[in-house]
Design a protein around this ligand. Structure first.
Ligand SMILES: NC(=O)c1ccc[n+]([C@@H]2O[C@H](COP(=O)([O-])OP(=O)(O)OC[C@H]3O[C@@H](n4cnc5c(N)ncnc54)[C@H](O)[C@@H]3O)[C@@H](O)[C@H]2O)c1
Length: 374
């Protein structure tokens, strides 16, 4: 049987653990997987572009687990009452191909993106960073604020969005969830970023936008550029990149989708895993401007699905689905599914009993395999 986790089930799990702790543990899992970089079969994601957005498939595998995520990006969706980003995905055993877990990944994408942003900033921002500007106050924004408060000790955040209702929503949610975080609302991006140690841009617009321009950048800033993540969709003026140290997740994908799509093919970048393992410096001086050109890489969803798999078992969360045929004679798919049990009882011996036995045997297997480490 395959464990299925829907949005309410994941939400209850995150509430039980606490969003801050969830993202802290997830950030550690993502970092640990980046440190095993050469264990993974990697590929840029497969994108289907249309006038309003993009739908992407993001597969990755090591020797024991295969994962994929389906995710869209449609900035005009919010006008239709739909999220800009929606996602789901699966985790399978490489040895057998058996799908262990099928999960919602919309909430999980917000959690893993924020966890990744904050983990990267731990390596790139100045250690004394306490002030962040948050430009773009939509679905991802609360998660970014909570992750930076929890993992980096950010104490003040200044908000700006062209939609004042989005900013009001973010301020309200943060006041309830992280009262220790001092929140202010700015009248413009330029005002929000003034004096910030870290600037997170997480806007949605299918355009070569210039949310940040060179005149807004101060020495030593770390820019966490999250919203430019597909061809024709950027947030930073090219001169900011020219003057900064730019870190990317997976260079072949970031050249197509990241801020660096604006730059020549030989524009120098550093892959994140090298900074994490310490073979290449992250920030080189206190005055240097650093940019994390985030587009989201399949490895982060692999970490998220593996973490979720363990956590869901430990908390008994999820619904067991007959996503693949029940056990029995594996060569007799017809008998196990379509044969008429009244006419040919041997072909289909009590499928309900069979499915139940299979479910409990597999559940025991999965549970025995679990080694929760938190
Ligand atoms: N890098 C990653 O791993 C990753 C992961 C998830 C989402 N994203 C991207 O992050 C972005 C935000 O996602 P979301 O789910 O929060 O979308 P959302 O639509 O919920 O929020 C986007 C916000 O940006 C605001 N905005 C648009 N243009 C702006 C501008 N010029 N200045 C200030 N604010 C502006 C909108 O008003 C909106 O409130 C999207 O572009 C999405 O594709 C990236």
């Amino acid at each position: 049987m395959t464990r299925f986790i829907d949005v309410p089930q994941l939400a209850s799990l995150v509430r039980a653990v606490g969003a801050g702790r969830f993202m802290t543990e997830l950030a550690a899992a993502i970092k640990a997987d980046y440190l095993r970089w050469n264990d993974f079969d990697k590929t840029p994601r497969l994108a289907a572009h249309s006038a309003r957005g993009v739908i992407e498939l993001m597969p990755v595998a090591d020797r024991s687990r295969y994962t994929f995520k389906y995710v869209n990006g449609h900035p005009s969706n919010t006008a239709l009452g739909l999220p800009t980003v929606m996602a789901f995905g699966a985790l399978a055993d490489v040895d057998t191909g058996y799908p262990r877990l099928l999960s919602e990944l919309t909430l999980m994408t917000a959690l893993r993106t924020a966890a990744t942003s904050a983990m990267v900033a731990q390596h790139l921002a100045r250690p004394a960073a306490r002030r962040m500007a948050l430009i773009g106050n939509g679905a991802q924004s609360e998660f970014q604020a909570i992750a930076f408060h929890t993992l980096l000790g950010i104490e003040e955040v200044s908000l700006y969005d062209i939609d004042p209702a989005a900013t009001a929503k973010l301020r309200r949610n943060l006041a309830h969830t992280v009262p220790a975080l001092a929140v202010s609302c700015a009248a413009s991006t330029a005002q929000a970023v003034r004096g910030a140690d870290i600037v997170t841009t997480v806007t949605a617009d299918k355009a070569y936008a210039t949310i940040l321009t060179p005149d807004m950048i101060e020495p030593g800033m770390h820019i966490n550029a999250v919203g430019g993540d597909c061809p024709g969709k950027t947030e930073l003026h090219a001169d900011i990149l020219r003057a900064a140290r730019v870190v990317v997740e997976y260079e072949p994908q970031s050249r197509i989708e990241g801020e660096i799509q604006q730059m020549p093919a030989d524009f120098p970048v550093v892959e994140l895993w090298r900074v994490l393992e310490g073979s290449v410096a992250g920030r080189e001086s206190a005055q240097q401007v650093t940019v994390f050109d985030s587009v989201g890489f399949a490895l982060e969803d692999y970490s998220a699905l593996c973490y979720l798999d363990q956590l869901a078992q430990a908390h008994g969360i999820g619904t067991m689905l007959a996503l693949v045929p029940p056990a029995g004679d594996p060569k007799n798919l017809f008998g196990a599914t379509l044969a008429d049990p009244d006419r040919n009882p041997d072909q289909n011996p009590d499928p309900a009993r069979h499915a139940a036995a299979r479910a409990s045997a597999e559940f025991a297997d999965i549970t025995a395999d679990a080694s929760p480490s938190w």
